[in-house]
Design a protein around this ligand. Structure first.
Ligand code: NDP
Length: 330
């Protein structure tokens, strides 16, 4: 079997040369371990951070070693009680075809209830990110006007749909192409959407939310954040989930120039990490199942086929080639 390794630490935008496809060793199982053949891999923006040496919330990848990330695979051999051959498990040893790991680090998932990829997206980490950010960090209230950037992506699409399901009065999204903008209003039920490439975000947001926004769910940072601060209503809340517009910057980007608006609006900006909100996972799983069943949450994904194309898929996420969760099918 093969694995993807980090070959070099990129400065600025990563390229294919920063990765290496190599053969991998598959050790014999110790007690309590399982061998898993991966069927679907996650590629996520946070992996860009792990390619750099700088200390962050996730450990940097080691140069010359296999990378890690979310994956679902089928158990081929088990020396663990409670995990049987043929079952599917969610685990963190992605970026390789075959993984050997402690069963305690894996969770059995039901691929009859939902496709394997859903556990990497709407029923997994990205869905919980949307739910925790909205309900806990942004303290969403019925009737709120919600703005989300990166709205046609995995987290953003879930944010818009969940906000509607929880009673937001108006949901506005921004994304990077006319097709994505159409997808937001036609398929995902957004009340308004715009492309951030057309005009300054500030102008488009003013038009899409003329009375301002109560909640801004930030996936992008930069101009988007400044525009949201500019449109914030009294007691507005900004949940900072990600800032993908700066992940490949080589110099720190300037911050919003209008933060003094937080005083008059009594506004609040708070960053968060999904890992700190795993106590909401059970509650979210239950509600998400209901929303999937009644159609208020839909499962849009972009699938790249072939293990050898995993890097293309990852670079594609950074470039916006995905609508919904980007996954790699093996
Ligand atoms: P997405 O599926 O949203 O993919 C990333 C998207 O970002 C692309 O599709 C692209 O869409 C958009 N994008 C890329 N560059 C820019 C730019 N310069 N300006 C605006 N948009 C850009 O990824 P995820 O849903 O997995 O992640 C979304 C965000 O959430 C990321 O910032 C990520 O780091 C963060 N995150 C944070 C977590 C946490 O715990 N805090 C957990 C999970 C994710 P487009 O075509 O619209 O440009």
């Amino acid at each position: 079997p093969r694995e993807w390794r980090l070959a070099a630490r990129p400065t600025g935008w990563p390229t294919a040369e920063d990765f290496e496809l190599a053969g991998s060793e598959v050790p014999d199982l110790a007690d309590g371990q399982v061998r898993v053949r991966n069927v679907v891999l996650s590629v996520d923006p946070y992996m860009r951070g792990r390619m750099s040496a700088a200390k962050s919330y996730a450990e940097p990848y080691a140069v010359g070693e296999a990378m890690t990330g979310g994956a679902v695979g089928v158990v081929e051999e088990s020396r663990a009680d409670g995990v049987e051959v043929g079952q599917h498990v969610l685990h963190a040893l992605g970026w390789r075809e075959v993984a050997v790991l402690d069963a305690a680090q894996a969770r059995v998932v039901d691929v009859d209830a939902a496709p394997a990829s859903a556990y990497l997206g709407v029923l997994g980490m990205t869905g919980l990110t949307a739910y925790a950010g909205l309900t806990r960090v942004a303290a969403l209230r019925e009737g709120d006007v919600v703005f989300v950037s990166g709205a046609a992506g995995a987290v953003g699409g879930a944010v818009g749909q969940i906000a509607k399901a929880l009673g937001a009065s108006r949901v506005v999204g921004s994304a990077g192409s006319p097709e994505k903008v159409r997808h937001l209003t036609k398929d995902l039920g957004f009340d308004a959407a715009f492309s951030y490439r057309d005009r300054p975000v500030r102008e488009s947001l003013r038009e899409a939310a003329p009375d301002g926004v109560d909640v801004y769910f930030d996936n992008v940072g930069g101009d988007h954040l400044e525009a949201a601060v500019g449109s914030l209503r009294r007691d507005g809340r900004i949940a900072v989930c990600g800032m993908i517009s700066v992940y490949n910057d080589t110099e720190p980007a300037p911050g919003p120039r209008n933060l003094s608006r937080l005083i008059q609006t009594r506004g609040r900006i708070e960053g968060f990490l999904v890992g700190d909100h795993s106590d909401l996972a059970g509650e979210y799983a239950q509600r998400a199942a209901g929303w999937l069943a009644d159609g208020s949450l839909s499962l849009r994904e972009t699938t790249v086929d072939g293990f050898e194309h995993a890097v293309d898929a990852f670079l594609g996420v950074m470039r916006g080639e995905n609508t919904g969760k980007m996954v790699v099918r093996l």
